[in-house]
Design a protein around this ligand. Structure first.
Ligand code: GLC
Length: 589
């Protein structure tokens, strides 16, 4: 029987699972995580205290982009399992009151998808305009234009998001013809197809052709796949790279960014200011609504369904999306995901949080993301102690909080992955996708029973000691901190974000960028304050701006200082916060 969920989507913590490296079920020895491997760990996730899981793509795929290159939307990749396995996962998750969100990728498919295979055959087959095809640049008389090496010129300057590896090639001396002043060339997102003798558009990798959203048949087919999964019981979608579905159908050039400076790490793709190739205002909102509308169909009336859109965009654009249909959809708040702790720009981060919650349209839900499969792990970006503080800081926020698998163990990036086993076409994301460490005494730390060389990505040796088996029941461990924080979150049920300043005691402007706090009002109208010390120095702050009277320390992130728990605090007098500590103080009544 399906049990009632404890929490609605609006308050859920969502745990992201990257299937290939999460867990392979016991009987199998392929070295790749499996759907049944996820089901095996549902008890672990339930005890951790998450409300929902988001499973990254598990669909049929050549896995050239970790599954974000789909060859069949409505079947499971045989390397990961079967449709029956997913059905079992959904059932078992629901029995534990865990919701399940899956990835949905409406912008592109794999070039192995039968739609594309058919589309590329000719200019007049039934799927010929399911993708975005173009003859290329032409002169006034319609004659094709060529570059110096005799290649056809693409229709415009749109560039691939995955242009970053070009930087690396340049750094490795593979572009000797470029002078210091020259910018690293972007990769055009137009790719020439020999069969059809036309360009097709691929905003990401060459093997990920963009679907043609101008064609209603395509939109119908995509909506139909959403129904396919909703009918199998999934509770929502994380919608991938959604701003790319909105393009200018006239293919106008992007403006170039004259402030772009060439230096290490900058993606050549950022040489363009992007308003035509993605997030095109002329059709963006309308297309988002086409996705949302599926969830609102009468047949799903009694379900609690949700969409979270992935779009790296300006905040005001995200605010607009958040107001489209707040009961069904919101966008990821990536304000913290590129931040690094050493960056003393703490105020910027707090301000971002304030504006995120402050600007939420009526009825919309905020959210917070510390990490995902595309970004360095939070313990690597921040440091381990800082990551603990960040966890408490992030898990108390109202709305949705996202946890990337392994974040709860304090896992770090693995930077010594040998060239031959790397998988990421974008070049830099393998280090944060290595296997989860389950058991110190089992083969491959419990991830898989395969030969170590068969693993999809290698185990990170630097994280040995952080296995679940070692952390469980150790009150000072990262994992136990996550469990306590999630339990406290359940208790407090944060509903409202309160933005005020702490006061330093004694007052000194020198410290003003080191400690930050926010308040939350819980379901029972009780107020709590979350104080975070971003510095390596202890500080004393008063919390009179938040509340008066007596409070109690409900949680501290500090590994060495579990004794604070339960101690009483006067909000007017405040607290001392240790270096890199987050403390939660709840109002005592
Ligand atoms: C999203 C995914 C990323 C993927 C890309 C192309 O940004 O998070 O992993 O490579 O879309 O699908």
């Amino acid at each position: 029987m399906m049990s009632e969920s404890r929490t609605t989507w609006r308050d859920s913590t969502v745990y992201q699972i990257y299937p290939a490296t999460f867990n392979e079920h016991d009987e199998r020895r392929t070295g790749i995580g499996s759907i049944r491997g996820i089901t095996e760990k549902l008890d672990y996730l339930q005890e951790l205290g998450v409300d929902a899981i988001w499973v990254s793509p598990f669909f049929v795929s050549p896995f050239q982009d970790g599954g974000y290159d789909i060859a069949d939307y409505t079947d499971v990749d045989p390397d990961l399992g079967s449709l029956a396995d997913i059905e079992e996962l959904i059932r078992e998750a629901h029995e534990r009151s865990i919701k399940i969100m899956i990835d949905f990728i409406p912008n592109h498919t794999s070039d192995q998808h039968r739609w594309f295979q058919e589309s590329r055959q000719s200019k007049d087959n039934p799927k010929s305009d399911w993708y975005i095809w173009h003859d290329g640049a032409a002169d006034a008389d319609g004659k094709p234009l060529y570059d110096e090496t005799g290649n056809r010129l693409p229709p415009n300057n749109w560039a691939s998001v995955f242009s970053l590896p070009e930087q690396e090639k340049r750094q490795n001396g593979m572009m000797p013809w470029l002078g210091d002043e020259d910018l690293t060339p972007r990769i055009s997102s137009w790719r020439w197809d020999e069969t059809r003798q036309q360009f097709y558009l691929a905003s990401f990798a060459r093997f990920q052709p963009d679907l043609n959203w101008e064609n209603p048949e395509v939109v119908n087919a995509l909506q139909e796949t959403m129904r396919f999964w909703l009918d199998r019981g999934v509770d929502g979608f994380r919608i991938d790279a959604v701003n790319y579905i909105a393009k200018n159908p006239q293919f106008d050039d992007e403006e170039t960014d004259t402030s772009y400076a060439e230096h290490t790490g900058l993606n050549p793709y950022d040489q363009l200011i992007r308003h035509q190739s993605c997030g095109y205002p002329g059709n963006f909102h309308e297309r988002l609504s086409m996705l949302i509308s599926v969830l609102k169909e009468p047949r799903y009336k009694h379900r609690d369904l949700r969409i979270i859109f992935e779009a790296y965009m300006e905040e005001d654009q995200l605010d607009e999306i958040n107001s489209l249909d707040p009961d069904y959809a919101s966008t990821f708040n990536f304000g913290a995901i590129d931040a690094d702790w050493s960056d003393s720009n703490l105020t910027a981060r707090i301000l971002q949080l304030r504006s995120h919650y402050g600007n939420l349209p009526r009825g919309a839900v905020g959210n917070q993301v510390l990490g995902n499969h595309d970004k360095p792990r939070v313990a690597t970006r921040y440091g381990l102690e800082q990551a603990r503080a960040a966890a408490v800081y992030s898990l108390m926020l109202p709305g949705n909080t996202f946890i990337y698998n392994g974040e709860e163990l304090g896992l770090t990036d693995h930077h010594e992955i040998p060239e031959g086993v790397r998988k990421d076409p974008n070049g830099f994301r393998d280090p944060n996708r290595t296997p989860i460490l389950w058991h110190h005494a089992q083969p491959n730390v419990g991830f898989s029973n395969a030969h170590p060389e068969a693993l999809y990505l290698p185990i990170n040796p630097n994280d040995r000691g952080k296995e679940v088996s070692k952390q469980l029941h150790d009150p000072r461990s990262h994992l136990e901190l996550y469990r306590s924080a999630l339990a406290l979150r359940r208790l407090l049920q944060p509903k409202v974000f309160v933005s005020r300043d702490v006061e330093y005691s004694p007052a000194s402007s020198r410290w003003h960028e080191q400690v930050a706090a926010y308040g939350i009002i819980g379901a029972d109208h009780r107020e709590s304050v979350v104080v975070t010390n971003f510095s390596d120095t202890e500080h004393r702050v008063t919390l009179a701006n938040f509340h008066h009277g007596l409070g109690k320390v409900a949680l501290s992130s500090h590994a060495q200082n579990p004794y604070r728990h339960g101690s009483q605090v006067l909000f007017d007098e405040g607290v001392s916060v240790l270096p890199y500590e987050s403390v939660v103080i709840t109002e005592l009544r």
